[in-house]
Write a protein that binds this ligand. Structure first.
Ligand code: XMP
Length: 518
């Protein structure tokens, strides 16, 4: 007997607040399984509208025993599609069916050897023993209602459970993390074997469908777009331009806070090579004027954000009949973050163009809103954008202003630009530029130190080199750059950049530090 493929459009992930929820989505998409994340409290209508082929309940920090701990809408179990509960998600299934979940005597955290003890489609084509990653405080102790044990570990007798009849599966371990080396296969088995989800998600297919969708949305309308020259806005603009050509108007604002070469690259690559309809606006005087004497980091960020909006607004008004605004919003900004333990504090007010549409009364075109960063890079490649541009390190909206500690002056910006260029040149020459997530230089104008050069005493500025490894900028560790490379960067900066006599290397991770200094 052949079983029909699912008519569903995606795998739906309900987020119970686990730090790993986005990883589940990324793993599935690497398997070309399209998936989306909704908060655990998604309503019946939203779940139905998603038309899922299967539903995954993520892990989360809560305990099913806690009063008010998160529960999904009952429709999850009534939708008639398979359900996979991971960690907290599994405990929900156990509890739902009258089993028993108890606090573990010892919180299990780390590697474990999983022994598969029953024939389950979830573990098809996998060895009988798997290395898995555990991170849980509660455990199942008794099953009920037709559930059976499929796998166990030394300390978790119910490490995987299932009820084939109901098509519900639970796993106590995390298949989405790298510490579960064969975890992707478990997710693939759920999507392809159990949910019968056959559709393949590819960048070539996405490109074609997005071009069509943009044409449908925009028609003959005009779209304006703020280009930063970075990966996201460049990919978004190139995609939209492929769909509507010269009806896309791109604006690149020179804030006076850019690095050496940023503006030239924008003109050359975006304007000439990618043939975008580009206008470069030099607003450096306005930005530097408004920033004069301002040293508080949050005030600097606010001034830059507002000035950017003022400039962009004025430019957009010049384009007759513009009705759409394009943005390179990515999926992590779209996912409604679930906080099971109260709201989190704002650490830095990020400057993006997110504040624009409300003021401008324009409709949004956001062709990347369902994509993760690595997918944007792949889509960019599909669009013919160079590997060099797609490999650029992230550069923050407020630019060099948040890398000059305290008040910004043209002289300090120039010093910083020279040091930053040397660091980038050396990173590229040694092959390290592509190995790290982001690297830059910070200048500390209020720190002056004594040095000796030739026979003379110097009393000059200190710069700090910062280079970090990260997956998404949320957490980061300082890069272990070779000492020889650091030495070369340091001696070149001190000998070539006037006004700098000392170079430090930042060895703080995030948390507790942040990547940028302001
Ligand atoms: P932090 O300093 O918060 O930075 O650890 C995390 C990442 O975000 C970048 N960043 C920004 N990006 N607008 C942006 O578009 C901003 O205002 C902004 N502030 C920080 C930072 O460079 C790092 O990649």
């Amino acid at each position: 007997m052949t079983v029909a493929a699912s008519a569903g459009e995606k795998i739906l992930i309900l987020d119970f607040g686990s730090q790993y929820t986005q990883l589940i989505a990324r793993r599935l998409r690497e398997l070309e399984v399209y998936c989306e994340i909704l908060p655990y409290h998604a309503k019946k209508e939203a779940i139905r509208a998603a038309n899922p082929a299967g539903i995954i309940l993520s892990g989360g920090p809560a305990s099913v025993h806690e009063k008010g701990s998160p529960r999904p809408n009952d429709f999850v179990y009534e939708a008639g599609v398979p359900v996979l509960g991971i960690c907290y998600g599994m405990q929900l299934l156990v509890e739902l069916h009258g089993g028993k979940v108890v606090p573990s005597k010892k919180r299990e955290y780390g590697h474990a050897d999983l022994e598969i003890v029953a024939d389950s489609p979830l573990f098809a084509d996998l060895p009988k023993h798997l290395q898995v990653w555990m991170s849980h405080g509660d455990s199942a102790e008794r099953l009920h209602n037709g559930f059976r044990v499929d796998a166990r570990t030394g300390s978790a007798p119910y490490a995987a459970i299932s009820d084939e009849g109901k098509r519900q599966y639970g796993i106590q371990f995390h298949p989405e993390v790298v510490h579960t080396p064969l975890g992707s296969k478990v997710l693939e088995n759920f999507a392809r074997r159990i949910c019968r989800f056959e559709k393949r998600f590819s960048m070539a297919g996405l490109l074609e469908s997005q071009v069509k969708a943009i044409r449908e949305q925009v028609g003959d309308g005009k779209v304006v777009c703020a280009l930063s020259g970075g990966v996201d806005s460049t990919v978004a603009a190139t995609l939209i331009s492929k769909a509507i050509g010269k009806n896309l108007y791109c604006v690149f604002v020179d804030t006076g806070l850019l690095r050496h070469g940023d503006r030239d690259r924008a003109e050359k690559v975006l304007g000439q090579e990618l043939k975008l309809n580009l206008k470069v606006v030099d607003a450096s005087k306005l930005f530097l004027g408004r920033l004069k004497g301002v040293s508080d980091p949050e005030r600097k960020r606010k001034i830059i954000g507002k000035t950017f909006i003022d400039i962009f607004n004025a430019e957009a008004k010049r384009i007759k009949g513009v009705t759409f605004l394009a943005q390179g919003t990515l999926y992590p900004d779209v996912i409604e973050s679930v906080s099971v333990h109260g709201p989190s504090v704002v650490i830095k007010s990020h400057h993006n163009v997110g504040g624009l549409p409300k003021k401008m009364n324009l409709r949004l075109v956001e062709p990347l809103r369902m994509l993760f960063k690595d997918e944007v890079r792949r889509l960019g490649k599909e669009l013919g954008i160079s590997a060099e541009l797609l490999g650029l390190h992230p550069f923050p909206g407020p630019g060099l202003a948040i890398r000059v500690l305290g008040a910004v002056t043209p002289a300090l910006l120039n010093t910083l630009r020279s040091a930053d260029l040397i660091m980038r040149e050396e990173l590229k020459a040694s092959g390290w530029y592509d190995k790290v997530w982001q690297s830059f230089v910070v200048i500390l104008p209020s720190v002056r130190s004594v040095g000796v050069m030739g026979d003379g005493r110097t009393y000059e500025n200190t710069v700090v080199v910062r280079s970090v490894d990260s997956r998404d900028g949320m957490t980061a560790d300082w890069s272990r750059l070779p000492h020889d490379l650091l030495q070369k960067i340091s001696s070149r900066i001190v000998s070539e950049v006037k006004g700098v006599n000392r170079v430090a290397y930042d060895i703080s991770s995030k948390p507790p530090a942040t990547i940028e200094w302001e």
